[in-house]
Ligand binder design. Structure first.
Ligand code: AMP
Ligand code: ZN
Length: 136
């Protein structure tokens, strides 16, 4: 897609620090890393987000995610990784070309997990599992 910044990276029109490339996928360093080595994995083909990714491409991407994730962890000597994907502006998506974030994590690195809320009661929790099931 013409104006998409990640498509421009795929085409080599803007530079990136590539860590992995094959026919379908590209992984490169995020320019604003949470920790150094924070990597983005993208399909070369333009798809806006998780929901518009074809199933077969998403399946293939999981294998690459595992491979690149392991390399990020080993290369940065991290104790773990977070894998994340922002979908839609409400979830913080700012680049509308589907991508996974692979974020190295270190013991005691001070990053806080998302705050945990709670359900009012078991019935409310059941209601949420029901509405999600009804939409599968
Ligand atoms: P989001 O859409 O919220 O998942 O965020 C997009 C991510 O892309 C951010 O973490 C940015 O730092 C990163 N980003 C944006 N432009 C570039 C670029 N040219 N090269 C590498 N990373 C980028
Ligand atoms: Zn794109």
């Amino acid at each position: 897609m013409e104006t998409c910044i990640f498509c421009k990276i795929v085409k080599g029109e803007i530079p990136s620090s590539k860590v992995y490339e094959d026919n379908e996928f590209l992984a490169f360093l995020d320019i604003g890393p949470i920790h150094k080595g924070h990597t983005l994995l993208i399909p070369k083909e333009h798809h806006e987000d998780l929901f518009t990714m074809p199933d077969n491409l998403l399946e293939l991407m999981s294998g690459i995610l595992k491979k690149v994730g392991a390399a990020v962890m080993k290369g940065t000597k991290a104790d773990g990784i977070n894998v994340g994907m922002n979908n839609k502006p409400a979830a913080g998506q700012i680049v509308f070309h589907a991508h996974y974030h692979i974020i190295p994590r270190f013991k005691g690195d001070g990053l806080r997990h998302w705050p945990q809320g709670k359900y009012e009661n078991p019935e409310e929790m059941q209601k949420y599992s029901d509405i999600i099931k009804q939409n599968l």
